[in-house]
Design a protein around this ligand. Sequence first.
Ligand code: CA
Length: 178
Amino acid sequence: MKRIAIFMVVVIGLLLAIPGFVGAATQIQNTANLGYKDASNNDYSDSDQATVNKLSLANATIAKKVRNVSKGEQSFAGSTDGTSGDSIEYQLTLSNAGEDTATWIVVTDSLPAGITYRPGTIKVDGGSQTDDSGDDKAKFSASTITVGRNQAGDNGNLTQITIPGGGSVTILYQATIN
Ligand SMILES: [Ca+2]
């Protein structure tokens, strides 16, 4: 039986309306100094520092998993096995661990050679999306799934999606192993 390992080497972009990269943190360090003498009047010192990683106020991440629908897999994992003709489903989970709402989110996911998109299978938080642009939150064109739009609106006028602080958005779509 030919086994095909499915790797998650897919270009994924998750853009936020804030400067910097997704999940960016600024490292802030400060140092406390100690000075003292011993009984012979020798000088000594020591110091130590602590670090605060200040996260962006919107701090979003993306996690991608897959399951083999044809094999009846119920849960998603980082990889699965399958053979030609099997239906698989990808799951993209966007999470915002920050305080602010993450806005103008754009997710792109280009299918690699060996995997063919199953038309009409994109769902965003359980809501079915069409493959066309300009009618809802997602589209499929040029082997790429796109969800959301940026501030310039140059993604085929898709509907803007946001993630509130502490919230998440789940995207699903299905494909076939060639
Ligand atoms: Ca659509």
